[in-house]
Ligand binder design. Sequence first.
Ligand SMILES: O=P(O)(O)O[C@@H]1C[C@H](O)[C@@H](CO)O1
Ligand SMILES: Nc1nc2[nH]cnc2c(=O)[nH]1
Length: 291
Amino acid sequence: MRTLFIDREVLSYDEVKKIADSLLAQTPIRPKLGIICGSGLGALADIVEDRTVIPYEKIPGFPVSTVPGHEGKLVIGKLKGKEVVLMQGRAHCYEGYPPQKIAVPVRTMKMMGVQILFVTCAAGGINDSYQVGDIMIIRDHINLAGFAGINPLVGMNDNRFGERFPPMSDAYDRQIRALAKAEAKRMGLDPFVREGVYSMMVGPNFETVTECRLLRLVGADATGMSTVPEVLVARHCGMRVFAMGLISNLVISEYDVDEKANHEEVLETGQKRSKDLQNLVAAMVEKLDLA
Ligand SMILES: O=P(O)(O)O[C@@H]1C[C@H](O)[C@@H](CO)O1
Ligand SMILES: Nc1nc2[nH]cnc2c(=O)[nH]1
């Protein structure tokens, strides 16, 4: 097969299948739902029962998280009686991983039987009406990293994973977003729940003031350093996707002010909102049809 330079990071269909089979051999659970926990949001794993926990280091081919707030464990078990596989933390491109490597856990989940993927992240609020602690249901994204060629689908395409040119106009499942809004309302969380557009920069630095202003101009409501590669790969392999970002901080969009974005605030906000996120995810999972 002709190789592009990134192909050394692309695990083949058979290699991913091998990882999935070895994980399934360690548990009686057959997950249909996958969940990825963003920065400081790993407490979602606390509501998973009957669990098998496998550190990413023990899974050959998995990218290992290196940043605080990402435990780096795969948790397989039951949530509200439904069989799930949850990633307690993720790896990011800014840690030095090519996006093709970020794709590995998502494709592994698909081969384990996952049909629906929930993705969570921490994000900086750009929309003027957003406040720290808001939960933004992601309606669409802007793949700014993709504008610079950083896209996990770049490289030879194996049609067994998915088609060469996947559409992305319907990336975020309308029905599941409606379910999230309905459940948030029922639980009285609606004053904090928004729906908006997420933009992905690679990071690891937070944005400059002018970058924030640019992002606002192009229609982004919140910005982060993850989620998009996972969503692209999940849609490529035919999963339904739901994603939400916790507005962990507000971006700095005024020149010459003293405030600065920082990772400590991101983790603190995650802790404060962790119960609400757990409850919202649990309520949604209870109602999801995972036949
Ligand atoms: O994994 P997520 O996207 O939740 O993490 C965000 C982006 C950076 O990793 C970190 C910055 O504080 O939070
Ligand atoms: N790029 C970016 N990522 C974040 N993750 C959490 N907050 C932020 C932010 O303000 N900017």
